[in-house]
Ligand binder design. Structure first.
Ligand code: DC
Length: 219
């Protein structure tokens, strides 16, 4: 099976770009962050103390997370319930970053992610796809952008939806999440040695998509 791995920090544009690359290549798009988000939603609902590794690990055994594809879109299913509409809040973002630190949580989701990559042609995005999940992927991209650009994009997204947003606070949250995701002991956010770095700060979505297709086609 063909595998394209796209990693990078929050707000670099991974999901938008990965979705487009998948459509162009005729592969399925697998958003691994959504799986961590579903796990986080489960912990929040169960009232599990997120700083308690043993409690999170024990509870994670009761969270059955699967995905299916509907009209090209990935639907994340948590214990039988589709949860796409519930996992994009700031509360879930923070909780996902917190629970993703724990090895037992990662091990559970890793099995599902690897299987998806073995059974399908995939564009998979996350933090550790090129380094841990699909180390043999034939094309690996590390997508990045400056923290200020990423914060500004998020600000535009929120205000575009009519929500209130404080750009300085968003920047602080992004920097905190980057630090947490990059410094954890297991599978930290890191560019794989054989990944190509693409900085999206000054590029449009179309330009980034083209750049990646040019890098990955013919590999
Ligand atoms: O990509 P995202 O913002 O939806 O990811 C949510 C959190 O999940 C992120 O803070 C780190 C974690 N994550 C991870 O540890 N490994 C992945 N492959 C994907 C996400």
């Amino acid at each position: 099976m063909s595998q394209i791995a796209i990693d990078g920090p929050a707000g670099a544009g991974k999901s938008t770009i990965a979705r487009r690359v998948a459509a162009q290549m005729g592969y399925i798009y697998v958003d691994t962050g959504a799986m961590y988000r579903a796990m986080a939603l489960f912990m929040l609902r169960e009232g599990v103390e997120l700083s308690d590794e043993a409690a999170v690990a024990a509870a994670s055994e009761r969270a059955e997370i699967t995905i299916r594809h509907e009209g090209g879109e990935q639907v994340v299913v948590l214990n039988g319930e589709p949860v796409n509409g519930l996992i994009r809040t700031e509360e879930v973002s923070k909780a996902a970053s917190a629970v993703s630190v724990y090895p037992p949580v990662r091990a559970r989701l890793l099995t599902l992610q690897r299987r998806l990559g073995e059974e399908n042609d995939v564009v998979m995005d996350g933090r550790d796809i090129g380094t841990v999940v699909l180390p043999k992927a034939e094309c690996k991209i590390f997508l990045t952008a400056s923290a200020a650009v990423r914060a500004h994009r998020r600000y535009l997204e929120l205000t575009g939806r009519g929500e209130e947003a404080d750009e300085a606070q968003i920047l602080k949250d992004i920097e905190a999440r980057d630090a947490q995701d990059s410094t954890r002991a297991v599978a930290p956010l890191k560019q794989a040695e054989d990944a190509t770095l693409v900085d999206t700060s000054e590029l449009s979505i179309e330009e980034v998509t083209e750049t990646i297709l040019n890098i990955c086609r013919g590999r």
